[in-house]
Design a protein around this ligand. Sequence first.
Ligand SMILES: *Cc1c(COP(=O)(O)O)cnc(C)c1O
Length: 352
Amino acid sequence: MSRFLNPRYEKLTPYTPGEQPQDRRYIKLNTNESPYPPSEGVLAELNRQSGEELRLYSDPQAARLKKKLADFYQVEDENIFVSNGSDEALNFAFMAFASESVAFADITYGFYRVFAQLHGLQAQIIPLREDFSLAVEDYENTEGPCVIANPNAPTGLLLPLTEIEKLLQSDPQRLVILDEAYIDFGGDTAVFLTKHYDNLLVIQTYSKSRSLAGARLGYAVGCKALIRDLELLRFATNPYNVNRLTLKMGYRALEDQAYYRENCRRIMETREYTKKELETLGFHCLDSKTNFLFAEHSAISGGPLYERLKERGILVRYFDSPRIRSFVRITIGSREEMEAFLQAAAEILADI
Ligand SMILES: *Cc1c(COP(=O)(O)O)cnc(C)c1O
């Protein structure tokens, strides 16, 4: 670090993204991207762009996309915030709504810890229960907003909407930030609850179920006052946060819902197939409602399994942290990719 760095950031530990290797081709089951391409409509939209318009800034209001999302969710345009990936919406939400502390689970999306540190907040870490389930009662006496990924990552477990609603009702003064990055793989969105609860902000992304991780697009839905606060910070940071091409692709993707729904159905089907096969190999998998499986085997822990799969050209993710060292997180790829993964896992187990 240079001698010029603001001392406030000296101890900042940044987020560690999953590998995006450029050296060789891997079967990439490590960052929860979709194995399927964006819809034909989205690709056609992209190809229609000459690039000439790139000399112009994007619409700082993102009005066309907001209206489309508002129609999709049956809310008003003023209930929608759009962002450069949902990580950016999360960052603005931490910045806007947490002043001293913020509560989240011990095992959840790694970025929450980073944002808490970045904004000088005290993180109240609420341990998941023994079986990795989240009990909303555990959040009832926390200070400041709470952030919950639902379904959670990397566990894959889904909290029912009735539990979310219980949490919202338990203290109307506490904001609940609900990160629904994986909601399309077996859960029901809480977006409609934002009409009844002004202490709920729901955040979603185009990166997982809509095959646009590389385009960077996310959004938040909440009451108008919450959205105005987010807009205040966006206009104080980067009013052109979403580029022109991405705005157009995001709009078009909403017209191709049938395609994306079918992709999610296939991914869920492949997930259940993979889970069954892993169990046959002696793995224990948590009940995933996402596009990944969180699996452990008594014969090999997460780190060594990750290494051996990588030698065989397959990337998964493991987390070097106390409660989950025995696990690996496996993104659900295509059926063929999962067959290759299962074959490799079987060989590794046979070797030990
Ligand atoms: C992938 C992911 C995100 C963010 O993705 P973006 O690409 O920034 O939209 C947010 N939350 C969770 C839990 C995720 O897994």
